[in-house]
Structures are given as C-alpha cells and as structure tokens.
Design a protein around this ligand. Structure first.
Ligand code: ATP
Length: 267
C-alpha cells in the first residue's frame, strides 16, 4: 500500500457522487470556493479554520465526497486511516501525527482526510488507554494551531460519533458535524446513474424506477455499487457466451441482468 500521507489530486468528480446535494453545497461554501477565491474570502473576514466530521452508516459516500471536494478545489488529498496510526510503537504515533500535518502544509491547499477517526479519539477513559490519549493530545495540538493550518482542510469520517471524545468536537477542531444518511429511493436512483456513467446501459433500462424496487430498500451506495458490478458481470457473461458472430447485437446491461443481480446482492 502507499506510504502514509501520500498526497495527490483525486480523480473523483462531483458527477461521480449521487445525491448528497446539501453536503456538496456546504463544502462548496466552506472549502472549494475558499480555495478558489482566497482574496474574496479574506476581504469578508471569513475565518474558516474549522474541521468537518462526516458521520453515518458505512458505504454511503463519506470518502467519496471528501475526494470530490479536493478534486473540485484542485487541492491535494491525503487519506489517513485512523486505526493504522495506532499500530505503532510508543511515541511513534505522535510523531506520525506531526509528520502528517507538516506534509499537508507542504502540499497545501490540501484536504486531510481521517477515515475511522473514532479510533484516534475514543473517550479518554475508555479502551486504548494512554497510547490513545497521547495521540489524541497531539492531534488536538495540530488542530488548534489554526495559524499554521492555513490551506489545510481537515475532514474526519466515522460510523460511531457517539464514542468520540467531546473535546474533539469543539469548534475549530472537528466542529462541523454533517450527517451522511442511507440514500432515499430517489437518491438511490441518482447513485445508480452516477455509477452507470462509464458503463453501457440499455436504453430501455430505467435506473430511477429500478432504484424504487423494494428489494433495494436499505441499500447503501456501496451496496448499489456491488449491484451495478454484478449486473455488469452477468451482462458481460451473456456477451462472452453468445454464439452470435454477426456483431449486430448491441451488448448492454439490461433490466433482466439487474433482476438476476438482485438475487445475489442484499444490504
Ligand atoms: P465507510 O464508512 O465504510 O468508510 P464511506 O461512507 O466512506 O464508508 P465510501 O467509501 O465513500 O463510503 O463509498 C464506498 C463506495 O460506494 C464508493 O466507492 C462508491 O462506489 C459507492 N458509493 C457510496 N456512496 C455513493 C454515492 N453517494 N454516490 C455514488 N457512489 C457511492
């Protein structure tokens, strides 16, 4: 896997994200335009040194939207997985936190994304003990140094906001909480459309209607992605096993392929 703190502009675009329009708007105001029009934001005295916490069930687009924010702003993106920072020798975790922030400053503007951030910020009295406590203190020091944080936008993601130390959720730290819910039936349609962007879809296939099928209830974005891939796989197998050599058939993903895929994929 890539070195910790590896930075690059991600290739996820807003068009790859289905639904989540309110979140997109908020990030546009707080991060994207701030990076694009720094003078205007400065003129209005807007102090945007805050962090964001995306919370909600797994697989609903937290990582995806963080990447899209960086792409849209033309900013670098650093992806840190919370638990990986913990699996270190004593003292190394704190150094890793310092190094990550310093690397983010070097390549600013930069979106610094902490996945499973709850692992680093469990309430201090609970699991983990003093290793977590030292790491957490270092993280708070970095988050509070807003002067040096210019150009570094911190976004955390968690499925368990309730186990996080309240100190981390203060303004200026991970102070702006944003809920990323399971998609509604309409939003499932938008996600399927986003996922279909690079796939051959039969013209008669109505993805919006399909998304309202009760068998898709409780599907997350990740489940819908698995469904789309399964349907594509079945469609491809149809094509490969066909004995037709006339090349007259337009091979595409059809309703029937989704029906078979729905037998295999469940939330
Ligand atoms: P976790 O909490 O497990 O880290 P997450 O909320 O960060 O999950 P993502 O990693 O963003 O979820 O989503 C996983 C995959 O599911 C994405 O790569 C994408 O294929 C699909 N997906 C999820 N949500 C959406 C969405 N809103 N639009 C399009 N695709 C989505």
């Amino acid at each position: 896997s890539r070195r910790e703190g590896f930075s690059a502009i991600p290739n996820v675009k807003w068009d790859d994200v289905g639904g989540l329009h309110l979140l997109r708007k908020e990030f546009d105001r707080y991060i994207v335009r701030c990076i694009k029009f720094p003078e205007a934001y400065g003129d209005f005295g807007l102090d945007l040194a805050t962090g964001f916490l995306l919370y909600g069930p797994p697989g609903c687009g937290k990582t995806l939207i963080a990447k899209a924010v960086a792409n849209e702003a033309g900013a670098n993106f650093i992806h840190i997985k919370g638990p990986e920072l913990l699996n270190k020798y004593v003292g190394e975790s704190e150094l890793a936190v310092r190094t990550i922030f310093s690397r983010a400053r070097t390549c600013s503007p930069c979106v610094l994304f902490f996945d499973e951030v709850d692992a680093l910020t469990t309430e201090r009295s609970k699991e983990g003990g003093w290793v977590v406590e030292r790491l957490l203190n270092q993280l708070l020091i970095e988050l509070d140094g807003s002067e040096q944080r210019r150009g570094v936008y911190v976004i955390g993601a968690t499925n368990r906001p309730n186990v996080m130390d309240k100190a981390v959720l203060r303004p200026g730290r991970f102070g702006k909480l944003m809920y990323v819910p399971l998609p509604s039936p309409d939003e499932r349609g938008m996600i399927l459309k986003a996922l279909a962007r690079n796939k051959p879809i039969d013209a008669n296939l109505d993805l919006i209607a399909l998304a309202k099928d009760s068998r898709c209830d409780k599907f997350s974005g990740a489940d819908l992605s698995a469904l789309m891939n399964e349907a594509a796989m079945i469609a491809l197998e149809d094509k490969l096993s066909s004995t037709d050599t006339s090349n007259s058939i337009q091979w595409a993903i059809k309703d029937a392929h989704f029906m078979s895929a729905l037998d295999k994929i469940s939330p």
